[in-house]
Design a protein around this ligand. Sequence first.
Ligand code: ADP
Ligand code: MG
Length: 362
Amino acid sequence: MAHLEVDNIRKVFDTPDGKEVAVEGVSFEADDGEFVTLVGPSGCGKTTTLRCIAGLETPTSGKIRLDGRDITELPPNKRDISLMFQSIALYPHMTVRENIAYPLKVDGVSKEKRNGPATEAAQTMQIEDMLDKMPGDLSGGQQQRAALARTVVQDPGVFLMDEPLSDLDAKLKAETRKEIQRIHEKLNTPVVYVTHDQEEAMTMSDYIAVMNDGEIEQFDSPNDIFYRPNNLFVGQFIGQHGMNVAEAEVVRSDSDVSVAVDGYEPDLRLENPENLSEGQVTLGFRPENTLLETDATEGIPGVVELIETFGEEAVVTVDIDRSEPLLAVIDSNRDLSEGADVRAQIGRYAHVFDEETGDVLT
Ligand code: ADP
Ligand code: MG
């Protein structure tokens, strides 16, 4: 049972080039049974945040608490927190049992007392038959499970995982992802998981912290992160195909608010249109919600530049003759070819962002 609280941590590194602010005021909480993911581009401060929680770094300011107790200055092995690194390779010269029991050995637990927890961890991961084998005799999936067993053997109050899937091929990645979710459900402790992969974050988490430049841009459920991005950064980072943007203008009449892109007024279902005042804005809309019409007069005019097919779906890049091209997801059976003139129409769901700050306005 555990409740983890990360309270306004800041971490500044001294480097030969001056000070590097890696984490700037990060706060979040994770309770028993919650899977919290820190996601964001490389260098945004995910690993540093995790290392502060694990005790491998001391934050420049801010507090880490576990069940209300301040653990900010405690050494890693006194924290009841287990960290699983990116590379989860087993030691090839040790048996699976020795590998799994290794963290206990490092902690000074005697050989007899290591056996019980190691067997239990192996049972949790359904590899108890493999305990006396060498890692080389195991399949890739079994090796991953042994490495996970090594992470759970100390029965810690909190699990931290830093990109544990990033070195795996697609099949093993999918398998290990399921195993991680399974042990999370079984052990019911908080997990703080780090990835740069938004799809992993979206599929595995109860809560997601989207990080950018040392800060959390948004902390929410996957559903809210996807459908209610706080700002343009979150909108563009999350989602399989990110988010299209277009410069637009808010037009208000007595009874109505509309948003126009060069005179084209899509029929939008805006959440809080009363928040919009007249002027320039940035309209964000998902490629999954962008329609391409070949014989319409309404829409943003463009030319099909590229069609990339992925099974049933194809992603179409449309050159709209200004800044960034638009993307649209279409049915791959559709009869559309590169070079075609189209009108890109925005489906009902779009987000209106402040043109300068990128903060959501509706
Ligand atoms: P992420 O895990 O999101 O890729 P990191 O937490 O590793 O990001 O790094 C965040 C920032 O802090 C980066 O700019 C990185 O270069 C810097 N950084 C991380 N560790 C150190 C360190 N030990 N010394 C100096 N700078 C560091
Ligand atoms: Mg990292």
